[in-house]
Design a protein around this ligand. Sequence first.
Ligand code: SAM
Length: 213
Amino acid sequence: MSDRAMVVRVRQHVNPLSQKFQQDIPVPDWSRIYEQPSQPLHLDIGCARGTFLLEMAALYPEQNFLGLEIRYPLVVAANERRDRQQLRNLHYLWGNANVHLSKILGGLPLHTVTIQFPDPWFKRRHHKRRVVTPELVATLAELLPAGGRVVLQSDVFEVAESMVQQFRAHGAFRSTCTDWLPQSPWPVATEREKCVLNKGLAVYRWQFERCAV
Ligand SMILES: C[S@@+](CC[C@H](N)C(=O)[O-])C[C@H]1O[C@@H](n2cnc3c(N)ncnc32)[C@H](O)[C@@H]1O
């Protein structure tokens, strides 16, 4: 079946604070997932259908890629696409970035984290559902080694600014840029990014590096 025919219909947003997304999740045996588990890992938080990582994994076989997504049907469909392309350096996992990161990443050589076009949750009373929180930043500071990278992107200025402020507020991260990046650091655009760029809208991007302790 073609990828076009495999379009998976899912709810547009889910509430990451709801009880069902706090439960424990099974974490795979990474040595059975990745052909070379010791390769540096790029984690994409909120990968949706996973197209960005599918293309990145084919371009960079010397890295491993992990897409974390809270909407289960998208994860199943993304892993099916990965299997059809026979990529052994890519996996998609169902989980909540605000709950499961430490459990998922224990033992994996995390090097790069992308948080791209996260759900904006515009209403003030919903801001607490946004994926970037001080706790998420602190968890990433623990999991990333010195020199590890965090790339943030959003088309919503307020969301981009809030993400940048939270990473800036944590002493473990330093900006590698002094202004919004004019271009993506990646040769591949995300699904949302393509949509935004096609409409001629702006994208706000920033990059951080994990400092040495
Ligand atoms: C607007 S989409 C952007 C998808 C993709 N990064 C892109 O740029 O095209 C945000 C994604 O993050 C997922 N998401 C939201 N909160 C999450 C959480 N706490 N943990 C994991 N994924 C989450 C959503 O289900 C959604 O697929």
